[in-house]
Design a protein around this ligand. Structure first.
Ligand SMILES: [Fe+2]
Ligand SMILES: [Fe+2]
Length: 188
């Protein structure tokens, strides 16, 4: 199997686990009466779903065949449930995950897609990497507020349906990551 295919599969697996994890973390935040953080985890879980969709499409284009995620995606439910101890730890875990994806996983995957001249995979990895950077920053901001016992305002959260970028309040006229217009933002 070429490195690109292996990398796309690894990314789909990683994103699927992140998506599931954030859904569990959203439930936990709700139980802890932290509805704004629950809302954020829910919104970012939908952003990871966009990355999964993009990577699947890239894999289908590259292999010219239908992709069956059940063949290789393994959701580690037991580990996820055990890890979701409290929202502060969950935010730290989310920041670590997003940072790993940005600084290591996607960085390396982009490098190898460039080396192989595979623009389809490169685009999917680059969009995801830029969005993960935004996710890490937002999770860090929320963690700081939680640690300082600051009130987190209730805000509208919008997710770009093309790249998984996350914006608050009102969607930008053009997505700073993928250049698509505001109509591609969905309120979560
Ligand atoms: Fe993310
Ligand atoms: Fe976007």
């Amino acid at each position: 199997m070429s490195a690109i295919i292996e990398n796309l599969r690894e990314a789909i697996n990683g994103e699927s686990n992140a998506k599931r994890k954030y859904e569990i973390y959203a439930e936990r935040a709700r139980e802890e009466n932290l509805p704004e953080i629950a809302h954020l985890f829910k919104a970012i879980s939908t952003a990871e779903a966009i990355h999964i969709k993009n990577h699947i499409r890239a894999l289908e284009v590259i292999t010219n065949s239908k992709v069956n995620v059940e063949d290789f995606v393994e959701i580690n439910e037991v580990v996820l449930e055990n890890n979701s101890k409290d929202t502060k730890l969950n935010l730290i875990d989310a920041i670590n995950g997003e940072t790993y994806e940005t600084k290591h996983m996607y960085k390396n995957f982009i490098k190898s897609s460039k080396k192989e001249g595979n623009e389809v995979a490169e685009l999917s990895f680059s969009l995801a990497r830029k969005a993960e950077k935004v996710h890490a920053k937002i999770f860090s901001d929320y963690l700081k507020k939680l640690e300082k016992h600051e009130i987190i305002d209730t805000q509208k959260i919008f997710v770009c349906q093309i790249c998984g970028n996350v914006e608050f309040g009102i969607p930008p006229s053009v997505c700073p990551i993928c250049d698509h217009t505001e109509k591609f933002f969905k309120e979560i």
